[in-house]
Design a protein around this ligand. Structure first.
Ligand code: MFK
Length: 581
């Protein structure tokens, strides 16, 4: 039996931070009873399905027994059960039913937080389904997407649809604006036929998709770049002979992880679609989907950390080495406590962004809240995605050699965490998004950030145990404020080199403020205060530290050294290539 299943009963007992957060912000008994019942179901039932998804990955059947092209993606029974469960439990619909007003997203994402590590990656189609519903809701719930919206947000499992998000093409991974080659040919009835090649399509067994394409005019010309992209809605359906209409599944990808779900290369060969954005507003229109999928990604990252910490902690109470349990080895416990602190920071970042999303959707967000949501979405996604890889890796190590053995179920956790920093925008692409978002807002985004961080710290002013943490935060905040004051005068190369450290600083400082705020709440535990203190002992503002080191000055000795280090290998390989030629 995999260790992840053996320990799943621990799910119920070690989610104190989640409980504390919810007791503080949504003190409603129906939330607790629903989450407790769902937690039981995840531990006792769903976790096993997740394992089944892992050991019975999807497979592509391109031809039937009679040689007819069918392009069927065969998925496991467990994967199909995940779909039914997702509808019944409202894992998407809660965000649209909004039973707890502006706190509904926190409630929905709390369920996903419990579900994610056991879900066999079903969180991926749910993220895209939620993102598609959000796009439709923002554009207008009318024909041709009214029924699609109803299906995406239903609790009836036989009516429920999932959506794809077909954005990635051969030339356009991160650079969607320039690399998208798919064309949309107008039809006389107002619809379009799409022709192109989608290089990565995740959870390709979806019922519909949103995708980007360039409209071809009557002379066959298209507009290049971002302004040429429009957003399309298409249903995935079959003709009477069972063949997919307008789509050929070329292959399923052989991936490092996320093997539970199908990721396919698709040839779009006359797929019927409807334009749902204004022409040329495709990227801006799909941005709503990106916001939601990036938040889901962050939830999954925090949940992966939480799961591995639970497993490691439990193992430490069972495994003896050098004559005593691991829990009695101080160095081992120090490592686990560092993982725990990282997990807590990630959890509070994630919940805060869900709070902001909920406020925006209920119309209660202030202008500052909206700026904060725009800024923190990429910040939280990039930070938690990266930290999940580190924490899950550390977690595997805490099992010694067993962490490396497949039948424990642990290596799957590691493989699946690695994607979190890649899809939905890599760390560097999102760092540049943060930079663009800051520079285009005439200071408003950072004003929102600094104001809210200071409000969070003010609440802790009377809590003496937290004073060292608050002091460290104030120093870090002053350094960051000073640095960004004259950012407008900086060379673009300086800004690009500083972008990742800036995003990390924004994440660490904001998480520090959230941890302090949480620890100063009347229901907080001593562990909450300890976590806040420890978090604030790290370098909270690496962008200021590395600025002082001169790391961002293009042409400086340290910058030249960094570039020659990065280029050494490629230069060598070019020489080798030349020698072989
Ligand atoms: C468990 C969770 C699972 C999650 C499952 C996901 C599975 C799906 C896997 C995938 O599909 S992965 C593929 C994901 N691909 C990416 O994330 C693409 C990464 N690249 C970027 O994000 C680029 O920054 C981007 C493509 C958006 C850049 O495009 P552009 O056209 O160069 O952007 P530009 O010119 O900055 O912005 C165009 C408009 O969009 C602007 O609006 P306006 O014209 O009104 O000014 C921007 O403000 C707006 N925009 C861009 N990014 C935005 C945004 N608005 C809000 N939020 C954003 N992030």
């Amino acid at each position: 039996m995999p260790i992840t299943s053996k320990l799943s009963s621990k799910l119920k007992t070690s989610k104190r931070l989640l409980t504390g957060y919810l007791r503080r912000h949504i003190p409603n008994e129906s939330v607790f009873s629903d989450l407790c019942a769902f937690g039981e179901r995840v531990a006792n039932e769903v976790d096993g399905w997740g394992r089944e998804c892992e050991v019975s990955p999807p497979r592509l059947v391109q031809y039937d027994s009679w040689g007819n092209r069918v392009d069927c993606i065969d998925t496991s029974a467990a994967w199909k059960r995940m779909k039914d469960l997702s509808a019944q439990e409202g894992l998407v619909s809660i965000g649209y039913e909004r039973p707890f007003g502006e706190w509904s997203r926190v409630y929905q994402m709390s369920k996903l937080f419990l579900f994610s590590p056991s879900s066999g990656l079903y969180t991926c189609p749910l993220a895209m389904t939620d993102g598609a519903a959000k796009v439709i809701a923002s554009i207008g719930i009318s024909w041709p997407v009214k029924e699609a919206f109803n299906r995406l947000t239903t609790r009836k499992s036989d009516y429920f649809w999932t959506s794809g998000q077909w954005m990635t093409e051969r030339q356009g991974g991160s650079d969607v604006a320039n690399g998208t080659e798919t064309v949309a040919v107008p039809q006389t009835d107002g619809s379009f036929k799409l022709y192109g090649y989608k290089w990565f399509t995740s959870a390709t067994d979806a019922d519909m998709t949103l995708t980007l394409a360039r409209v071809q005019d009557s002379r066959g010309s298209i507009t290049p770049g971002s302004r040429g992209l429009s957003l399309f809605y298409a249903e995935v359906s079959r003709d009477q002979s069972g063949q997919l209409k307008g789509i050929e599944v070329q292959k399923l990808k052989d991936k490092l992880g996320t093997r539970q779900m199908p990721t396919a290369e698709l040839l779009l060969d006359g797929l019927t679609a409807h334009m749902i954005s204004s022409e040329g507003r495709g990227v801006a229109s799909i941005a709503n989907m990106l916001t939601v999928t990036r938040i889901h990604n962050s939830v999954s990252a925090a949940a992966a950390m939480r799961r591995v910490v639970q497993l490691s902690r439990d193992y430490a109470t069972r495994r003896k080495a050098f004559g005593k349990l691991l829990k009695d080895h101080p160095l081992h416990m120090q490592t686990l406590s560092r993982m725990e602190i990282e997990t807590r920071g990630a959890f509070l970042l994630v919940m805060d962004i869900c709070r902001l999303l909920g406020r925006e959707e209920m119309g209660t967000a202030t202008e500052l809240d909206s700026h904060l949501l725009r800024l923190l979405t990429p910040v939280v996604k990039l930070y938690t995605g990266k930290q999940a890889v580190a924490v899950v890796s550390e977690g595997l190590e805490s099992f010694g050699g067993q962490g490396y053995i497949e039948d424990t179920g642990l290596p799957g956790l590691f493989r699946d965490s690695q994607v979190l920093s890649i899809w939905e925008g890599t760390t560097n692409v999102l760092s540049l998004d943060v930079l663009r978002c800051v520079s285009r807002s005439s200071g408003m985004v950072l004003h929102a950030y600094f104001s809210h961080t200071k409000i969070l710290l003010e609440g802790a002013s009377g809590v003496s145990i937290l004073t060292p943490a608050v002091n460290s935060m104030q120093i870090a905040l002053s350094k960051l404020e000073l640095l960004v004051q004259d950012a407008a005068t900086k060379d673009p190369n300086y800004l690009e080199l500083a972008a990742r450290d800036l995003a990390y600083s924004l994440a660490r400082i904001y998480a520090g403020a959230l941890l302090i705020d949480h620890a100063s709440w009347k229901g907080a535990s001593p562990a909450d205060a300890y976590a806040a203190l420890r978090w604030c002992e790290q370098d909270l503002c690496p962008v200021a530290t590395n600025h002082e080191r001169g790391w961002y000055n293009p042409g400086s000795p340290s910058d030249n050294a960094a570039f020659s280090l990065a280029c050494e290998r490629s230069t060598a390989s070019k020489q080798e290539q030349a020698e072989f030629a």
